[in-house]
Design a protein around this ligand. Structure first.
Ligand code: ATP
Length: 582
């Protein structure tokens, strides 16, 4: 925990220093009156009390009480300023850090868990840290000052009071061990609930259409019930330990009293000291009790803080430089790649795509086609070998510099919850209205947009849910046209479309790829017959390469896939299946 605290203290050193100083001052304003109370008692019982001395003591006490009020307000403001400075810093660091992670990291991690770190764990820290850390710093300081007063007054009784501390500490350590263990389960259950909620809301269409409302809701209900149980357990664990520690303190206080009476009877203790210990000795335990509770809460917070720091320490992609390649041919030199160490999904892949030509990637499902395009876009970095755009290794290029060379058109289109116009504009934010409308026209977006109530300014809905698959595709092509990047990565966008939309999109794509270096993932081999080169992948290796005619003549994997697709194109789904049963 100390390591984590030191880590975050470095994020806002000025606020931390100021807050600690205020806490110390606050403790001083609480502890010093205790000392004066002690002097008043001593004076009263030693018979040295004079009215003016008592008046001075009382005035000093009043000044300190007013000062305490003033410092309390400052301390609360100081600890809140520190907490929010740290949490803001953590959030900004998380934001910039997430930008620098490879796309792969996002795909690898559960999105619900990632969101929980950024939102809930930082909020958890925010909620707990400000209240506990100040109390604890103040508590330690107050205990120290009161202990010094008591030791000066009578070291024997002070020692008895303080002897309770190691016992309480041991008990709290056991409680902490259990809290940390249970706390991890609690965080896991909380994330599981978040993930199930996300799944339920995002998949509601499929859940309803497959009649799974009941079964999926019961999964969510189970997660909620688990969360309830772990929450109760997490809250319940420290209770008995903190209470027992409190009882131990009371017992040691009674023990101190017993000893004080003995010392009184054998004449080694004055009545003034006894009364001092009765009043002030009890005050010693107040900050300790607060410390015991806060320490447990702080340990729980530390689990959240640990998750935030762990995410911040995830390896960032090497930054690279803002290089602009001199030309836009693409080459793979002996590239191997593994998503998980030791399990290569691409093995020694080499090819060259000359500028302004088209390479098609074909091969069975899982052979590595998408992985090749992801590596070109630097979503991941190669495990071995180099990928070059115009002779420049993409690893030496800033990810943003790589993306600026590339336009992607995928089957799955994501649109922002904004107007059609703005969704196209995201392709190039400084584009003029004329350029945006031109791109919309070329990609045949205007055809359907003009029939909507607000034309091209109609909203697309979240993820584009107010539009059809073909319409979303056309918007994404318009966006790519506007970006006008020299390299186009196409995951054959027409594979899942109806014939009419397919024609529209084929036409739009023809416009998009003119004069560009194109890499296309082919699902329908008929669409890549005219590619300059076809790379046939199998199990992450290049099995064949050549033009359509060359590969057919070879009679290998490609011609086999081609024949299977030709046969599939002839398939018909019969509409008389019910009749056939009669
Ligand atoms: N994010 C990932 N993490 C781990 N393994 C992955 C990941 N993405 C893909 N793979 C694995 O890598 C291999 C190649 O997958 P890839 O998606 O590149 O194949 P593909 O040829 O594009 O398949 P398809 O035609 O079905 O889209 C597969 O074995 C797949 O299971």
């Amino acid at each position: 925990m100390i390591k984590h605290l030191l880590y975050i203290f470095k994020t806002a050193p000025d606020e931390v220093r100021r807050s600690i100083l205020l806490e110390l001052l606050h403790s001083l304003f609480i502890a010093v009156p205790t000392g004066f109370l002690l002097l008043i008692i001593q004076d009263l019982f030693s018979g040295q009390a004079s009215p003016w001395r008592l008046t001075v003591y009382v005035m000093i006490l009043v000044v300190f009480l007013i000062g305490q009020l003033f410092v309390s307000v400052k301390t609360i403001i100081g600890s809140n300023t520190m907490t929010y400075a740290i949490s803001t810093h953590l959030r900004i660091r998380l934001g910039t850090h997430l930008q620098r992670l490879s796309m792969g990291t996002f795909k690898q991690r559960d999105p619900g868990d990632l969101a929980a770190v950024v939102l809930q764990d930082v909020a958890n820290f925010e909620l707990i840290f400000g209240h506990t850390i100040g109390n604890m710093a103040g508590g330690v300081f107050a205990t120290l000052i009161i202990s010094i007063f008591l030791f000066i007054t009578d070291w024997r009784l002070a020692l008895v009071l303080l002897a309770a501390l190691p016992l309480c500490w041991a008990m709290i350590q056991v409680s902490n061990y259990l809290v940390v263990r249970q706390g991890k389960k609690h965080v896991q259950a909380r994330n599981e609930t978040g993930a199930r909620f996300l799944e339920y809301v995002q998949g509601i269409r499929h859940i309803k259409s497959f009649g799974m409302t009941g079964s999926r809701f019961s999964t969510l209900e189970t997660a909620l019930n688990d969360f309830r149980k772990t929450s109760i357990r997490t809250e319940a664990i420290p209770g008995p330990f903190v209470m027992t520690a409190g009882i131990v303190l009371e017992l040691f206080f009674l023990l101190m009293l017993g000893m004080a009476v003995t010392f009184l009877s054998n004449g080694t203790l004055g009545i003034a000291t006894l009364i001092t210990f009765l009043i002030i000795g009890y005050r010693l335990y107040e900050p300790i009790k607060v410390l015991l509770v806060d320490y447990v809460v702080l340990r729980y917070m530390n689990i959240s803080l640990g998750r935030v720091i762990e995410l911040l320490k995830t390896r960032e992609q090497s930054a690279g430089e803002r290089l602009t390649p001199p030309r836009y041919d693409i080459s793979f030199d002996n590239v191997s790649f593994a998503y998980h160490p030791g399990k290569n999904v691409l093995e020694n892949i080499s090819f060259h795509v000359p500028e302004c030509s088209m390479l098609a990637l074909a091969g069975p499902s899982g052979s590595g086609k998408t992985t090749i395009t992801s590596l070109i876009a630097r979503f991941w970095d190669t495990t071995q070998g180099a990928i070059k755009i115009g002779g420049t290794d993409v690893k030496n290029m800033e990810p943003a510099a790589v993306y600026s060379c590339i336009s992607e058109v995928f089957q799955e289109v994501y649109l922002f919850d904004d107007s059609i116009y703005n969704n196209i504009r995201f392709g190039r934010m400084d584009a003029t209205e004329t350029e945006i409308l031109e791109a919309a026209e070329t990609a045949q977006v205007l055809d359907f947009a003009m029939e909507l109530p607000e034309g091209i300014h109609s909203m697309t809905g979240e993820g584009g849910n107010k539009l059809s698959g073909g319409q979303k595709q056309r918007i994404s092509i318009a966006r790519a046209l506007l970006k006008n990047a020299p390299v186009i990565l196409l995951d054959e966008a027409t594979a899942s479309l109806d014939p009419e939309n397919e024609i529209y999109i084929q036409e739009a794509i023809q416009q998009l790829v003119k004069g560009k270096t194109v890499i296309v993932i082919a699902h329908k081999l008929a669409t890549i017959k005219h590619a300059d080169m076809i790379l046939v992948l199998n199990n992450g290796t290049v099995e064949e390469r050549g033009t359509h005619e060359m590969l057919l003549a070879r009679g290998g994997l490609y011609s086999h896939l081609w024949e299977r697709q030709q046969a599939a194109d002839g398939w018909l789904i019969s509409g008389d299946s019910c009749l056939a049963q009669d």
